[in-house]
Design a protein around this ligand. Sequence first.
Ligand code: GCU
Length: 335
Amino acid sequence: MMRYYIVFVSVFILFLGACTDSTAGDADRHDITLAHNHATDHPVHASLEHFKEEVETNSDGDMQVTIYANEQLGSEREVIELTQTGAVDATKVSAAALESFRPEYSIFNLPYLFESEDEFKEKMNDPEIANVLYQSSEDIGFVGLTYFDAGMRSLYTADRVVESTDDMAGLKVRVQPSAASVNMIEALGGTATPMGYGEVYTALQSGIIDAAENNLTSLVSSRHGEVADYWIYTEHTVVPDMFIMNKALLDEMSDEHREIIYDASDSANEFHEVVWAEATREAEDVAQNEMGVEFREVDKSSFIEASQPLHEEMKQDETMAPIYEMFRGEDDEAN
Ligand code: GCU
């Protein structure tokens, strides 16, 4: 089924390319197809629009970017596969979706890896750290260009109050389709139900799941706040959004165009910092005052304690131990 879908989308995109490619014959002109799964009022869309503007202006129109929002070209897994083959040129996906392509990305689903968002940013803004992730997928067809801060993820429930891991027993929590997300919720005491982002609203409304976990902006942008009574500040993970591009496309560009792409990505990352902070503040207000979500602080100690076995496992894993150390550095020596 998935294979047919990919063939269908690839043919559709080739068709679009044929319609818009007035530049055939000029090797250094590119029509870049960019996909993501958020609504157009989400800050990620604004940041990608910024990227588009920078690329088009700085290349004097030699590079054009077309953005497909709202999962129009498929789920995160599907658009990653399309980016691998080059049917889609670039996409923004959650780091959790990349984990089944490159295990290194599972680091972000380790609960309480970072103490704060600032700590997360400090690490991700260090090129020596970020480049390890960005280059990890070079041999499978794509590379990372930059990341977009997606804040801290917390739990939200249809109608149950959660005060400690004891209250997680029997709670069916939607997680992203990733093994590390499942392990994370199971370690915290809940029952993990993996499903795509687009299915969460109905699942929460109809009782297929009792809860989900995400950042505040997505709670509001996806309108999950309409069907969730409580937001519980567990702040268990910081899972960034990753901006990736087909490697062959980058390789075939002139040095000048490649530099424009990288500069526009850095600029979009900085632009995102500002719109993200604003959107998070606004989302808190809308969720509480328009959607009627009750916000609850929680004592995190039982959650932090329950996540320790996952930290231990990661330290023992051959692939993940260096990544864990890269993010935790010497801080962890004391633990
Ligand atoms: C975040 C992220 C999305 C992801 C979603 C999810 O909102 O930005 O890319 O799909 O989480 O929980 O699936």
